[in-house]
Design a protein around this ligand. Sequence first.
Ligand code: ATP
Ligand code: MG
Length: 271
Amino acid sequence: MSLLEVKQVNHSYDSKKLFKWKNQSNKILIDISFVIEEGTCLGLIGTSGAGKSTLGKVILGIQPPQEGQVLFQGNDIYKADKLTRLKLRRDLQVVFQDSYSSVNPRMTAEQIISEPLENYEKLTVGEQRRRVIELLERVGLNENDLKKFPHQFSGGQLQRINIARAIALKPKLIVLDESVSSLDMVTQSLILQLLSELKDDFGLSYLFITHDIKAAFSISDQIGVLEKGELIELYDSKDQFFSSKHPIVKQLRDSILAEHPRFRTLTTKAN
Ligand SMILES: Nc1ncnc2c1ncn2[C@@H]1O[C@H](COP(=O)(O)OP(=O)(O)OP(=O)(O)O)[C@@H](O)[C@H]1O
Ligand SMILES: [Mg+2]
């Protein structure tokens, strides 16, 4: 059984048009189907407005699709009973792009990371602190950071705290929605390295949403291209992606090649 199975999901935000579904033009997700196996990462790339975050929300159980199913370990997340939903909330976590707005500015790092533990596990004060310190260390921070507030961290450090909070309950799947996009290149690559290690250590699975193809390739086992709500192709390897004849993929490919000086064409000639 796959960890996550998305089956023919269709979605539009305009509920009034629900009954005109087949003809409406404002579809956000169109017939999306794919699976994510345990311990693997699906990178989802696509231009702005393609529907990536909407798909992430559908998978997280916070945006019921108008058609189709999301099965997590075989259970339809939108039809699950209360107990299963509670377990699903533990197993499915999310890390967003903006590390600062993802946390309460009045909470210390310890309080931020403790929140899921308090909600789900009955630990003593000492046990909880030990768990928080372990988590801080796991993401490259330490005990001295316990009492610091969000404004005392850099964006990269705060994203590490968001990651520590996301892994606190040992989830099965994390939706990473542009989680490294606002970080500088060096910090971005350190966080990607951390995410890869966590994936291997805990057998974690990711849906890695990004518009950055290079970041996607550095962590993903499979790459999906979403364009105007359609999952146009899925690739198991870089080679498959680079040899695709699909015009949208060609455009995406050209956009990264154009960044490389060797592939840049001169538009102005010297006089
Ligand atoms: N809550 C909402 N209500 C109505 N329309 C929405 C809502 N959220 C998103 N949309 C629309 O759905 C479309 C897809 O948005 P979405 O945020 O999923 O795109 P995205 O691929 O994540 O884009 P980006 O790369 O810019 O984050 C957009 O046209 C957006 O305006
Ligand atoms: Mg988005």
